[in-house]
Design a protein around this ligand. Sequence first.
Ligand SMILES: *Cc1c(COP(=O)(O)O)cnc(C)c1O
Length: 462
Amino acid sequence: MDQDLLRRIPSVDSLLARPAQQELIAHHPRDLVVRAVRAALADLRETLGRAPSEDHLSPTAIDSAVQAKLAARLAPSLVPVINATGVVLHTNLGRAPLSSAALGAIRETCEGYSNLEFDLVEGRRGSRHTHLEDLFVEHTGAEASLVVNNNAAAVLLILATLGAGREVIVSRGEIIEIGGSFRLPDVMAAGGARLVEVGTTNRTRLADYEAAIGPETAMLFKAHRSNYAIVGFTAEPTRAELVELGRRHRLPVVEDLGAGSLTDLASLGIDEAVSVARPIREGVDLLCFSGDKLLGGPQCGVILGRATLLADLRRHPLYRALRVDKMTTAALEATVREVHEGRAAESLPVLRAIASDQTELHARAERLAARIAALGHEGLEVGLAHGHSKVGGGSLPQTELPTWRVVLRVAGLSAAELDRRLRASRPAVVSLVGSGAVQWDLRTIGEEDHEALTEALAGALG
Ligand SMILES: *Cc1c(COP(=O)(O)O)cnc(C)c1O
């Protein structure tokens, strides 16, 4: 290491005294500038150790390093992303994008005060359930509803309220694990309920449930196999049979649907097993599902079912800890209104993405590819490829939606490096990487994203 070069590294104080840093201090808290200076100096020491050279000590180089460090600290951490993966409900990318209606409702009701828990007719304290109750009741035929922080919270609240210290019967084929450490046996334990597994992985009969019922039984619990499928030699009782068994033994039948849909998605090739109305119609006592999966709204967990059971849930101390805030309430009410008033297919981004057909996706891919080709970058190869998109969010593992992708290859630049540079741009672009190319699935890319994508690519190509 060159001791002479190291000795010439400026001190923090001398750097702060320079005009460039004084200018920064005039506009930002001094503390932040000092930290940026320290970080830039640490980098400089490291650089000189690796590659000793006078050039690194130039005052302007150091000033711009300080400025870059400060800019990095001031930039928000949560930033918009263009989801080019084609996974519609991408849990790592925030699941369901919100509709304009939901965003408008948040702004309108949260910028000032709202009647979140105030009865405007009576002029006294009201309840935050009223905003959604009538909508859910009318739309699904359920007696009552309750909304909590997410579907995991819904399952936990149900188990803690109805199952604590007692037994909950579940088929072995439905002992689910959802990503992010949601394992049914652990949630059972957290709720204080004892899990009683019946049947085998691939076959469970009604008689298995019946044989397990005893004085300690609190409920029959059905979980949707959201992220896996059991195929081949299989058997399970129908929902109607399970409901009838519950009635006979005066036990509630509870179903965790995972991704519940308030609209009929059968015409889009989506399994009708996700319909919320159907289990209610078939007599399930409590049903819960996520607000930010196929419903296309904010993160929350919706519980529908018998009024008496929901009243019990509301009285449990955990409910106070799991209930949703005004932003979620506003966004959820607006989302459900879009569905209820028949506008969901056009206005909810999740449903729009799922409904995009191949002809439309191909046309959009051609438009985006033409725009990219117009960059005229030497060495950039743009093509189209057919592929399959996923619904994602741990829902519908077997549903693959045919789609079109724009495929990008750059001479002298690996796909991994191009992908890294695209992630560093703002808005960030998250792509698929495969077959030595960066691939963009048009299903999750809006027409309004084409310009930003083209700019991100131009930036990444330098
Ligand atoms: C997704 C899912 C959950 C967890 O829902 P969150 O809203 O993410 O908490 C629980 N159960 C099933 C069956 C699911 O699919």
